[in-house]
Write a protein that binds this ligand. Structure first.
Ligand code: HEM
Length: 491
């Protein structure tokens, strides 16, 4: 009887969703994702077919604001789907936080390491951010003298990599100093992202293809190997330094505050069975892989929209000059939190250009799930794409595609439910138990840098007419953020 009921319900599911070929094979979704622009297509699919769209025989893209908590909320028990397998080494021992499907182990790991990413830990990371911001500032001065267009996306990526290296190990990678891709890491990671994004659609092939590509040294294996070696070297070096000094946790290099590695090593020394050497390696790697491109993309988005909307730039600059004194170089994180317009600018830029551009896939578990009256049996995979959510006109209004930081401030002034509804369908950092662990760190990096840049420089978009080009292999990266840069009069 139960089987019959399930068959009927699954049959109904078959009738509901389009596009046609997605019913029969995952190849349809694979092909669309491979084209690199799925975030826009996902929005268009929902506008055409409604809130539930089939992307593969058992994969459904959802655009239902009222279901976001059921799928992702803190109480939700839906694990990440096997699409995430592509983001890890095929060995079950080589697990990492981001793709971990084991809900219990994931929760334990988060509990142990949450503090390293908390607001109170940011105080010790702030100086590491300032150091890299100073280097970027001096690079911008040099670029402004050359008067040639520069790829600002590249420089912001250099900054994001160096900052996360500095926060994690008190040592930037050297991207800003060299202005180029150190040891091919950026190129290699691009390949890793494309590989993981696509193989995740056919996860059973992952062990075989991974073995072949690694043996041949293609598909990003070389850059990944460099990164692994780099992280291991930093850890080893720190262990030696700590042994020599035999000191426990107070400060590290050159009297700077505790960096991430120092904090995690203190935990390791206090409870070696709970915080193992594998944890130290895995969390440090996660910082670099999950925390660099995401921040770079978001920084580019903020600056790009400021350049596209000069009125917003003007208002922001007014707020910056009111909030800082003339000689002050760096805005403190605390000061930035007290700048409502700046906060709204960041929020709005991450709404219009969230860093991840595919549905955040989750598996429906035992007993199935009803969404909007539609039954999804156990074993189906469902997900909401942040882009689909953020461009939802019922939630954000008819002008959802317009960059308008005021929408957040107006909704707040207005009172009522609107702000709560917008906040509930706004998730550039994911949601619930799988929300981004590094989100405060990324806010620290972003909120300090952009005010510094726009206070000191004028940027001009090379192509004012057309929107920039992007490529979406999970991260929606900007390809041609070309600008000219000039020092600002009086800065
Ligand atoms: C603006 C910058 C960032 C954005 C937009 C961003 C976005 C996200 C999103 C959307 C997720 C959840 C993905 C999912 O549900 O599949 C996530 C998870 C994660 N992020 Fe971030 N992230 C950013 C910066 C960072 C930074 C700076 C770090 C590390 C220092 C970091 C580390 C992580 C980790 C480890 C996870 C996995 C968390 C878990 O599953 O428990 N991220 N991030």
């Amino acid at each position: 009887m139960l089987t019959l009921r399930l068959a009927v319900l699954t049959g109904l599911l078959l009738l509901v969703a389009r596009p046609f070929w997605a019913r029969f094979t995952r190849l349809w979704y694979f092909k669309r994702v491979a084209l690199g622009g799925f975030e826009r297509e996902n929005i268009a699919l929902h506008r055409k077919h409604g809130p539930i769209v089939r992307l593969a025989p058992n994969m459904f893209s959802i655009d239902l604001p009222e279901s976001v908590n059921t799928i992702y909320g803190i109480g939700s028990k839906l694990p990440k789907s096997d699409w995430y397998d592509g983001w890890k080494h095929p060995s079950p021992d080589a697990w990492t936080l981001f793709p971990d499907k084991d809900i219990k182990r994931h929760a334990q790991t988060r509990r142990v390491f949450q503090g390293l990413y908390s607001m109170s830990s940011l105080v010790s990371y702030e100086k590491y951010v300032d150091e890299c911001a100073d280097i970027l500032l001096s690079r911008m001065s040099i670029c402004s003298k050359r008067r040639e267009p520069i790829n600002m996306g590249h420089w912001l990526q250099c900054y994001a990599f160096d900052v996360i290296g500095n926060i994690t190990f008190s040592k930037p990678f050297g991207f800003l100093d060299r202005g180029e891709d150190v040891s091919g890491i950026l190129q290699a990671l691009n390949k890793v992202f494309a590989y993981s994004t696509l193989i995740g659609i056919f996860p059973s092939l992952h062990p075989y293809i991974y073995a072949v590509t690694s043996a041949l040294g293609i598909g990003g294996a070389a850059g990944r190997t460099f990164l692994i070696r780099y992280v291991k070297e930093r850890i080893l070096q720190r262990k030696i330094e700590r042994d020599v000094k035999d000191e426990k946790g107070i400060g590290n290099a050159h009297g700077m505050p505790e960096d991430f590695l120092e904090k995690i090593m203190v935990k390791n020394k206090d409870a070696p069975s709970k915080v193992t050497d594998y944890h130290i390696f895995m969390m440090s790697m996660s910082n670099i892989i999950a925390g660099s491109d995401t921040t770079a993309i978001s920084l580019s988005a903020i600056l790009y929209y400021l350049l596209k909307y000069p009125n917003v730039m003007r208002k922001l600059r007014e707020e910056i000059s009111q909030s800082t004194n003339g000689d002050q170089v760096h805005l403190s994180f605390k000061e930035s939190l007290e700048m409502p317009y700046w906060q709204a600018v960041m929020k709005e830029a991450l709404r219009l250009h969230p860093a991840t551009g595919l549905p955040l896939w989750r598996d429906v578990t035992e007993g199935g799930l009803y969404l909007n009256g539609q039954f999804f049996p156990e074993g189906t995979t469902i997900g909401i794409n942040t882009w689909t959510a953020h461009y939802n006109e019922d939630v954000f209004g008819k002008d959802a595609a317009v960059f308008r930081p005021e929408r957040w401030l107006d909704a707040e002034k207005e009172g009522g439910d609107r702000l709560a509804q917008m906040n509930a369908y706004y998730f550039p950092f994911g949601l619930g138990s799988r929300t981004c662990i590094g989100r405060h760190i990324s806010y620290l990096e972003m909120s300090k840098l952009i005010p510094l840049l726009v206070k000191n420089f004028d940027f001009e978009l090379q192509d004012r007419e057309n929107d920039w080009k992007t490529t979406n292999y999970w991260f929606v990266k900007q390809d041609n953020f070309d600008v000219t840069v000039r020092p600002r009069a009086g800065a």
